[in-house]
Design a protein around this ligand. Structure first.
Ligand SMILES: Nc1nc2c(ncn2[C@@H]2O[C@H](COP(=O)(O)OP(=O)(O)OP(=O)(O)O)[C@@H](O)[C@H]2O)c(=O)[nH]1
Ligand SMILES: [Mg+2]
Length: 313
């Protein structure tokens, strides 16, 4: 564990590359199959490139947006070399990712309240645990709210993370109203003059309206307890679901005005290119990415590092 932490600090890009290995292999091998071997840069090549980027989960709109400019440059003979094509793609993707600021600044107000939502099993509770550890390491006082009252096991799972991070978990019995538990947690963080409250919620299908209404109520109750809360509505998406993550994000956003995203399980998928499409289509920043199940496997999303990791062989 100690070794892995040091390793992370010494070489974060290498660690990120390991986590993104499958996505990277899918992405770069697809591109290199098209643009290596001294081929002429022409329309046929661009079409193949288009296809390989779509297969890398960048989404049709995003790919045609990037390729429009590239086509123009090829036509005007501003781009004639393979390496220039690669650099153009890199710049185009980075440009998309840099359209929104990924950083979550929890210092803007105190206490800072984060509501975490997402479909079943997307990685909400694990992400909350990892975030709690991270914030505690930054000397923040953190409280967790066990707003997933559907199952007793969900409360226990959050309590285990609470113990690991050394933070309190405000809970109630399973079956209780999540809004009530979360209201209590808001009171607790205010009374303690703590820094950050992170509220867990039960996973739900984005298509179930009554469950969405429940989350809207949670939001209203948070604001009643502390005007302006929640300060971050964080949607956790499982990146292994690929393009389906987009429709999930759209529906959650429509109902709850999502302010930040977490993409989990990037270590287990070749579909990580979906991040680029999500940022392009939704304009919502990706705050963190999950590249494993361990405590230090939640990384702040850094567009430059991400793109470097994707393109470097
Ligand atoms: N490999 C990998 N596994 C992850 C990552 N994040 C979460 N998981 C795993 O995904 C599974 C589900 O995670 P949870 O945190 O319980 O998901 P949840 O969204 O809280 O699930 P519900 O509360 O049931 O809706 C667990 O086995 C986690 O260990 C990640 O970044 N990488
Ligand atoms: Mg959970």
């Amino acid at each position: 564990m100690i070794f892995s932490k040091k390793w992370n600090e010494i070489n974060p890009l290498k660690r990120l590359k390991e986590g993104l290995a499958k996505t990277r292999a899918n992405f770069i091998s697809g591109i290199e199959r098209v643009i290596s071997g001294g081929r002429k840069i022409n329309e046929e090549l661009l079409e193949e490139l288009e296809e390989s980027l779509i297969l890398a989960d960048l989404g049709i709109h995003t790919v045609s947006d990037i390729l429009d400019g590239l086509r123009e440059d090829v036509k005007r003979e501003r781009i004639t070399e393979e390496i220039e094509v690669k650099n153009y793609l890199k710049k185009g993707i980075l440009g998309i990712l840099n359209q929104v600021d990924p950083r979550l600044d929890t210092g803007t107000t105190s206490p800072f309240v984060i509501l975490v939502v997402g479909v079943n099993g997307s990685g909400k509770t694990t992400t909350i645990g990892k975030l709690a550890v991270k914030f505690v390491n930054e000397n923040k006082e953190v409280i967790l709210a066990a707003g997933d009252t559907f199952r007793a096991a969900a409360i226990e799972q959050l309590e285990i993370w609470g113990e690991r991070a050394g933070v309190d978990v405000i809970k109630s019995k399973s079956g209780a109203d999540p809004s009530a538990v979360i209201f209590d947690a808001v009171q607790a963080i205010k009374a303690r003059k703590g820094d950050i409250l992170i509220a867990d919620t039960a996973g739900r299908l984005h298509t179930k309206t009554n469950l969405m209404e429940e989350l809207k109520k949670v939001k209203r109750v948070m604001d009643k307890g502390l005007s302006g809360a929640p300060h971050e509505v964080m949607l956790v998406l499982d990146s292994t679901t690929g393009q389906n993550a987009i429709s999930q994000a759209e529906l959650f956003n429509k109902n709850l005005s999502i302010t930040g995203l977490v993409l989990t399980k990037l270590d287990g998928t070749a579909k990580g290119g979906v991040i680029i499409n999500i940022v392009k289509e939704l304009g919502i920043p990706v705050r963190y990415i999950g590249v494993g199940e361990g405590i230090d496997d939640l990384r702040e999303f850094n567009p430059t590092q991400f793109v470097d990791a994707l393109f470097e062989g």
